[in-house]
Design a protein around this ligand. Structure first.
Ligand code: BES
Ligand code: MN
Ligand code: ZN
Length: 497
């Protein structure tokens, strides 16, 4: 699907459909009003008769409107004037796409741009394309239907806004490629997407983006030499051996040469191991690599956006299986940091893999480390499916992540890492135990990780509730790729919006 930024004489355009809006007050938007005048009040008459009100998501498709060259006009409800939100755009685009996905509709002119949210054309375009792309992905993948629509032109009335609109379009397409790459990778079944497969996908990035990206893959022998015994223990029960991919993105014209590290939990399947999970919904544990997929997608977008930053993405690929070689409850593991861990539950494997990766990345002297992990069921209990859990040891990092979250509507909420929680991961045979007692499972897991992140500014995103959707239309959401991309865009100063 192609997108264009243009300026139109609406009533004279030859196109399959023009989208314009009507408010709750029954007032027409500027573009709708313009078309109404040319059609001698045809549109306002329908509105006055009550054929459509301005309720968000309402639609009315009009054919052969007098004096209008376009084959159709789609009138959409836009809610209250000056109260145009993210949710509104999503709903409007969802309903419009359903109506417009007909074989004979190939090109549309989208002329709601004058409603721009926060009076900001940049965000209006970003949000609209994001909403359209989500809908397109759903139709393609879940409904297994083709999208007939092949081009959308945004009608920008004020020519001064062209440049900003073009930048927004460029950013949207780059970020969408990242989101879509992450979704596709995490939707793969676990018999295909195993740790080796994950590392091969990472390697492919160095071919596609050879000027900016180089990839190295760390196998079990190298992990043994590095002393990554916690990570190795988790992978021991599976015949699919662990691989850790290091994706190094080197931007051009970097002002700040300090490195940002993104670490993704990449359990291509988490059966729980010897502490095996109940069989109901166990299939969903193929999504336990969504953190790694989101890091992969974010690096795709970073390369597409040509960000002037140095980023290292780590995909911590591993499979947690029961077997004769599995690690067991009761084992004591010597982590790469030198600290020891008593395993009380082999299903709390994510933190074991991550703690060694968190130690490993110290060698890059990073300024910022963010890990992204489907870490705990407890985070789903605490925050549900709309909001990602955030934990951090640095206030500035929290502020920047929260800002990016608000801009993209990729929601996060901070949970505390008070010192008190450390007693909950106490062990009398090792430095820590791998499960917390006394509840707060998302926090005790993060608290465990925080024991390995003292050397840098760190944030942990628990995406257990947000990385995928269950049920009939099950599938990865691609979260939090938009959040991470926006965070990177903001710190690279590409956007001043
Ligand atoms: N990958 C799971 C967390 C998870 C569970 C994510 C359900 C999404 C939905 C993780 O490895 C896990 O099993 N965590 C355990 C930890 C517990 C044993 C301390 C959990 O949350 O139950
Ligand atoms: Mn687990
Ligand atoms: Zn897991």
């Amino acid at each position: 699907m192609k997108f264009f930024i243009q300026s139109f004489l609406l009533h004279k355009e030859q196109t399959d459909c023009i989208i314009v809006g009507v408010f709750k007050s029954c007032k027409l938007t500027i573009s709708a009003n313009n078309l109404d005048k040319h059609s001698n009040g045809y549109i306002s008459e329908l509105v006055n008769k009550g054929d459509i009100d301005g309720e968000i998501g309402r639609t009315l498709l009009l054919y052969n409107v007098p004096n209008i060259t376009s084959k159709r006009i789609l009138l959409v409800g836009c809610g209250k004037k000056n109260d145009f939100t993210f949710l509104a755009i999503t709903k409007i685009m969802k309903n419009s796409m359903k109506i417009l996905n007909k074989i004979s509709i190939k090109h549309i002119i989208f002329s709601l741009t004058e409603l721009d949210t926060y009076n900001n054309i940049y965000w209006f375009i970003r949000q609209t394309i994001s909403a359209i792309k989500k809908q397109v992905f759903k139709i393609n993948i879940f409904l297994k239907k083709d999208i007939y629509l092949n081009s959308i032109s945004f009608n920008i009335i004020d020519k001064k806004l062209f440049l900003l609109a073009e930048i927004a379009l460029k950013h949207s397409l780059a970020i969408d490629l990242g989101v879509t790459s992450a979704k596709k990778l995490s939707n793969l079944p676990p018999n295909i997407c195993n740790p080796l497969y994950l590392s091969l996908q990472a390697t492919k990035l160095s071919k596609k983006y050879k000027d900016n990206i180089s990839v190295t893959s760390i196998d079990i022998n190298q992990m043994k030499n590095l002393g990554m015994n916690a990570y190795l223990a988790v992978g021991n029960g599976s015949k699919n051996k662990p691989y850790m991919s290091i994706i190094k993105y080197t931007g051009k014209n970097t002002i700040n040469t300090k490195v940002i590290v993104l670490i993704g939990k990449g359990l291509t399947f988490d059966s729980g191991g010897i502490s095996i999970k109940p069989s109901k919904n166990m299939h969903e544990m193929k999504y336990d690599m969504c953190g790694a997929a989101s890091v992969y997608g974010t690096l795709v977008a970073a390369a597409e956006l040509n960000l002037p930053l140095n980023i290292i993405g780590v995909l911590a690929g591993c499979e947690n299986m029961p077997g004769g070689n599995s690690f067991r409850p009761g084992d004591v593991l010597n982590t790469m940091s030198g600290k020891t861990v008593e395993v009380l539950n082999t299903d709390a494997e994510g933190r074991l893999v991550l703690c060694d990766v968190l130690s490993y990345v110290e060698r890059f002297s990073p300024n910022i480390v963010i890990d992204i992990a489907t870490l705990t069921g407890a985070c789903v209990t605490a925050l549900g499916h709309y909001v990602t859990g955030l934990f951090s040891n640095n206030e500035d990092l929290v502020k920047n992540l929260e800002k990016a979250s608000q801009q993209t509507n990729d929601k996060i909420w901070r949970l505390p890492l008070f010192k008190e929680y450390e007693q909950d991961i106490y062990s009398n045979v090792a430095d820590f135990s791998n499960v917390g007692k006394n509840g707060a499972g998302a926090i005790t897991a993060a608290c465990f990780l925080s024991q390995f992140t003292k050397k840098y500014n760190w944030a942990h995103l628990d995406i257990a509730g947000t990385a995928w959707e269950s049920g009939r239309n099950k599938g990865s959401t691609g979260r939090p790729v938009e959040l991470l991309c926006q965070f990177l865009l903001n710190i690279s100063n590409c956007t001043k919006y």
